[in-house]
Each structure stands twice: as structure tokens, then as C-alpha cells.
Design a protein around this ligand. Structure first.
Ligand code: COA
Length: 259
């Protein structure tokens, strides 16, 4: 069905593998369009609880947006490229109702790091290298890098990474708080699945509400506390809330239905 992605299901976990290994999984237009479809479909699919995104092969997660494709773009075309990417892929992931984990298996550069930054949790192989090299091309990050990296690691580190265009190691990324865990390449998907499986034990609608409320903490013009109160209140109307507290009282494990 897809030309640039591989899809693999392990129970309720959907693996989306970006599969353009000869171009280090660079995000061309076709790949971004397929990513939109694959992510949207997984969010809609009742059998899927969460998504793990990784890159094909050992070398790259994603080495950026496809440089060849935008090399002759005008300002208007560049703006359109970024706007469409935000709406269809990067914001879609961040605002998703299901958890999305990036399993960073190699180079995560430019749009590749921005893809990982849009995910809710990042796990890196100890061989991974990360960076936002856009200023070395005469550009700046356009898929949310200046905003999401800054929120995650602070202005000082973000400016150092963006202005120098230098790559950092997985260990440095861990020290900066950019990635949640660093493991060996062999352990990468196991670790990502292990974390996803812990999330999938929890009440899905509460998980979705938690994502919405945490995201609100960094949205300008939005009072995150108000959003938290609204999402908290919403949870009381769910069957899963009743099941969660009943199971607690009865000293048994809850059986959640996403209702
Ligand atoms: N867009 C398009 N093609 C890309 C790409 C990108 N972002 N990143 C890598 N490729 C392609 C290369 O052009 C090359 O294709 P070719 O074999 O047809 O010439 C292939 O992937 C392999 O890359 P190569 O550069 O030969 O590998 P390397 O091991 O020497 O270097 C990198 C690896 C990641 C350091 C290097 O590919 C690189 O700097 N890529 C661009 C990173 C970047 O600036 N990203 C931000 C874009 S906004």
C-alpha cells in the first residue's frame, strides 16, 4: 500500500518504519503524505493503542527533509511546504489521541529530529546522532524545531544546536533531556515497546486527556490549568473511570474499554 513506509503490527502497537534507506530515509513529499495517512489511520483504528516510528536500516532514523526536492523553491513555496508539514504530520502527531514514540535508530537530522520532537516520547540507540543542520544550508528549521527543541532543552542549548548546526550524540541528547532513554541498537524497539505496553495498560481516554493537558502547557494564548481542569472533569463521565476506581476498591486489575 505504501511506497516509502513499512507497517508492522505487534498486537495493539503499530510500527511505522520510514523506508527510503538509500536516501537515509529523507522526508520527501510522498513520504510525508504517506506518513499523514498512516498516522491518521492508526489514530482512527480502534484496534491500535499507540504508534512507534523508526527508520529502516542501521544508519538513519531520518536524515531530514529531502534537500533535492526543495532546492529551487521560492519563499512562498517554502512557506507552503512548512505549513503543510506542520498540519499534516508534525502537529497531527503531537496533538494525537494516542501515544507516539520515536525510536531513533541513527541520524535524526533536520526534519528527522523535528519528527522525533513531535512524538510524545523519544528513545535513542547509543549510535544515534541528532542535530538541526539547517543553517548550514542557508535555512532554519521549519517543521517546529525552533519551538519544540527550545521547550524540551531550554533556549541556551537549543540556540547552541541550531546556530552551530553541529550534531550531538545520544548520550548528550539524554543529558539535555532531548531523549528519554538511550539503549543499544538491539534493545531499541524492545525498550520502545516496553514503555508503550505500560501506557497501554492505562485508561486510553485518560491518556488522551493527559496528552491534551500537557500539550496545553506550551501553547501560547491558552491557559493550561483551565485545559487541565476541563480534561480532568471529562474523565469523570467515562466508563473507564468507573472501572478504574472499582478495580482499585476490589483490589484487581482494571479492564479498560476506551469508553
Ligand atoms: N535529503 C536528500 N537526500 C539525502 C538527505 C537529505 N536530507 N540526507 C542524505 N541524503 C542522501 C544523499 O544525497 C545520498 O544519496 P546518493 O547516494 O544518491 O548521493 C544518500 O542519502 C546517502 O547519504 P551520504 O551523504 O552519501 O551519506 P554519508 O554517510 O556520507 O553522510 C549524513 C550522512 C547524514 C551526514 C549526510 O547525508 C547529510 O549531511 N545529510 C543531510 C542532513 C541535513 O542537512 N538534513 C537537514 C535537511 S533540512
Amino acid at each position: 500500500m505504501f511506497q516509502n513506509l513499512l507497517i508492522d503490527n505487534n498486537g495493539p502497537i503499530r510500527h511505522i518504519i520510514i523506508n527510503r534507506e538509500s536516501k537515509l530515509n529523507a522526508l520527501n513529499k510522498a513520504t510525508l503524505a504517506e506518513l499523514h495517512t498512516a498516522i491518521y489511520d492508526a489514530f482512527q483504528n480502534e484496534r491500535i493503542g499507540g504508534i512507534i516510528i523508526t527508520g529502516a536500516g542501521q544508519k538513519a532514523f531520518v536524515a531530514g527533509a529531502d534537500i533535492a526536492e526543495f532546492s529551487s523553491f521560492s519563499s512562498a513555496q517554502g512557506g507552503e511546504l512548512a505549513r503543510e508539514g506542520h498540519a499534516k504530520v508534525f502537529d497531527l502527531i503531537e496533538n494525537g489521541s494516542k501515544p507516539v514514540i520515536a525510536a531513533i535508530n541513527g541520524f535524526a537530522l533536520g526534519g528527522g529530529l523535528e519528527l522525533a520532537l513531535a512524538c510524545h516520547i523519544r528513545i535513542a540507540a547509543d549510535t544515534a546522532k541528532m542535530g538541526l543542520p539547517e543553517v548550514s544550508l542557508g535555512l532554519i528549521p521549519g517543521y517546529g524545531g525552533t519551538q519544540r527543541l527550545t521547550r524540551l532543552v531550554g533556549k541556551g542549548k537549543a540556540l547552541e544546536m541550531i546556530l552551530t548546526a553541529d550534531m550531538i550524540t545520544a548520550t548528550e541528547a539524554h543529558q539535555y533531556g532531548l531523549v528519554n532513554h538511550v539503549v543499544t541498537p538491539d534493545e531499541l524497539l524492545t525498550k520502545a515497546e516496553e514503555i508503550m505496553n505500560r501506557i497501554l495498560l492505562r485508561a486510553p481516554l485518560a491518556v488522551a486527556s493527559a496528552i491534551t493537558a500537557v500539550n496545553a502547557s506550551t501553547q501560547t494564548g491558552v491557559n493550561g490549568f483551565d485545559i487541565e481542569v476541563a480534561e480532568f472533569a471529562k474523565c469523570f463521565d467515562t466508563e473507564d473511570f468507573k472501572e478504574g476506581v472499582t478495580a482499585f476498591m476490589e483490589k484487581r486489575k482494571p479492564l479498560f474499554k476506551a469508553k
